[in-house]
Structure formats: C-alpha cells, structure tokens
Design a protein around this ligand. Structure first.
Ligand code: NAD
Length: 301
C-alpha cells in the first residue's frame, strides 16, 4: 500500500486523535471528522484536514478508519457513509464493540460492495500516542494485507485472528482473562494479609510459581513488589476500571449469546460494573483490591 492512499478518520478522541496524528506523520493524507470542537482543534494542529461531516470525510477516501465509543454509533455511522464512499474502499473499525455488532458492520459494508475488517486495539492512550498499539484483526486475508501497512504505523503488534468479528473476540477473551486474573490475584493478597503473609513474600512465591501471570508480575495490585505499577501511584491508570467494565460487559454479552457456562467471566463483569458504578471508574483496574479489602473489613498492611 503506498503512502499516497487517502484516509478518512472518524472519531478523534483519546485514542483516535493520536492514531490519526501518527498516520499524518507517516505521510498519509488524513481527512478527519469528530463532532467535538476540541477534538477538531487538536486534529488541525496534528496536520489533518478536518471537515464538518462524516460523509464529507469519506467521499474521496481509500480507507475509512472508525474509532468510536460503541457499536450502535459504528452501525449508525456506517448507514450514513456506506452510501457515499467510493468503490473498493476499505473500512477498518478499531472501536471496541460487540462481536455481533462488528459482524453486522462488516456484513453491511460487504453488502454495499466494500471491503471491511474489525481491528480493535490494546495499549491505551499511551500506546496510541507512541504508535505501539496491538491490533487484533478480523476479516479476510486480502483485506488484512491491505490494512497492515497502516496498522503498522499506529501499532507495534498486528495479528490476523480470523474472519469478521474475530478481532473483537480476541480482544474480549484476552480482557476476560485479565479481569478474572486480577480479581484472583487481589483476593489472594487480601487473604494473605489476613493470614499474616507479607505482600512481598506472596509476590516472591507466586511470581516464581504456578500463580504467575501478567496481572501479578506487570500490574501487581499492591504497592511495593513491582515499583512501576499503578498501585504505587494511587491507582492512577493504566487501564481504567470504566474500560474494564465496558470490555467485560461485551464479554458477558458474548458469553450469554453463545451459551457459555462461564461463571468467573460473568462474575468478574458484575464486580467491575459495581466498582465502576460506585465511582472508581477513573482508577486503574488493579484498584479492585481496595474494594475487596473494604468488603472483607480488612485494611492494607
Ligand atoms: P473517546 O470518547 O475519547 O473518543 C471517541 C470519539 O468519538 C469522541 O471524540 C466522540 O466525539 C467521537 N464520536 C462520537 N460519535 C461520532 C461520530 N458519529 N462520528 C465521528 N466521531 C464520533 O474514546 P476513546 O478513549 O478514544 O475510545 C475509542 C474506542 O477505543 C472505544 O471503543 C474504546 O473502548 C476503545 N479503546 C480505548 C482505550 C483507551 O485506553 N481509551 C484502549 C483500547 C480501546
């Protein structure tokens, strides 16, 4: 894919703004649209051409990238723009949305004669700014190959996971593992504290034994053993509780829709929803340990 391709970028928020800016830096012509004036202003500073409607953004685009809050918005937007995009346009949805919505979006694009992939990301706002996101892609091999050079500008790891919707499936399955394992790690630390086991001793044992996992060794929920974690910084994210709540809700929808007997995945979704509703949405998801302590009548040691 040559850098002369023209890109429409729809949704220039915390993630989409810096992702689009990285495409501009790499030499792509990017036309952006976002209804929020602050996002438009930043996009102009970043070198995008900013237009007043999504329709105006996509009219001459070879590739249309969407980075929106939810699946309803993606489908509504596709209804508006599928009619006007030029022939053979490639639609890349990087929003995190329901697997069913992702498949519906791709079906609508295909039915209108276009190419389409789902390409959700992990890596957060810092990864979007640094161009180090991980992309999980669902769609045909040919469409993946067309999108790959663009995705490699915005990300460091780009994986083709399978057909339509399977990128979203990879994202929610991974985050379900993460949510469940963070709760398990946190429960173990709170129990250890009650039993007189120091956090450092539990870390030293579990990180070298079968309890080892990313939630423990890279995002340890207690301050001390891993000095770079949000736990050492008043649980500033990191990966916010509100986003974990969103992703686990999507996982729960998929679990129910597919009849999976996943008691831990569904329970993790409930616990993060409750924690978010109680006002913790802006904290790192490892702060769930503070909720477990409070509910256990325990205090940090
Ligand atoms: P955000 O709310 O900062 O940005 C979304 C933007 O979409 C907003 O600026 C909004 O004005 C715009 N928008 C809404 N409707 C639109 C429309 N019809 N046309 C064009 N723009 C429209 O959200 P974000 O943090 O950038 O997240 C975007 C997506 O990325 C979400 O699906 C989120 O789950 C996912 N995600 C976020 C993170 C993160 O750390 N923030 C990490 C991974 C994935």
């Amino acid at each position: 894919m040559s850098t002369k391709l023209s890109v429409a970028f729809l949704g220039l928020g915390h993630m989409g703004g810096p992702m689009a800016a990285n495409l501009v830096k790499a030499g792509y012509e990017v036309v952006g649209y976002d209804p929020v004036p602050a996002a438009q202003k930043q996009a102009l500073k970043d070198g995008l051409s900013v237009v007043d409607t999504a329709v105006a953004a996509v009219t001459d685009a070879d590739v249309v990238i969407t980075m929106l809050p939810n699946g309803r918005l993606v489908l509504d937007l596709y209804d508006d723009i599928l009619a006007v995009a030029k022939e053979n346009t490639l639609f890349v949805d990087s929003s995190t949305i329901d697997v069913a919505d992702a498949r519906e979006a791709a079906d609508r694009a295909h039915a209108a004669g276009y190419r389409a992939i789902d390409a959700p990301v992990s890596g957060g706002v810092a990864g979007a700014a640094a161009g180090t996101l991980a992309f999980m892609v669902g769609g045909s091999k040919a469409d993946f190959a067309s999108a790959r050079p663009l995705l490699e500008v915005m990300g460091r790891k780009v994986v083709h996971c399978g057909g339509s919707g399977v990128g979203q499936a990879a994202k929610i399955c991974n985050n379900m593992i993460l949510g469940v394992s963070m709760i398990a790690i946190s429960e173990a630390f709170v129990l250890g504290e009650k039993l007189g086991l120091s956090n450092q001793a539990l870390f030293d044992v579990a990180s070298n034994a079968s309890g080892q996992c990313w939630a423990l060794t890279s995002n340890c929920p207690v301050p001390g053993p891993v000095l770079t974690t949000p736990a050492n910084n008043a649980y500033q994210p990191g990966f916010a509780v509100a986003l974990m709540d969103k992703d686990l809700s999507l996982a729960a929808n998929a679990l129910r829709a597919n009849g999976i007997d996943a008691e831990l995945g569904l329970r993790a979704a409930e616990l993060y929803k409750r924690f978010n509703t109680e006002g913790a949405g802006g904290l790192d998801f490892s702060a769930i340990i503070t909720d477990i302590r409070t509910r256990s009548g325990a205090t940090a040691v």
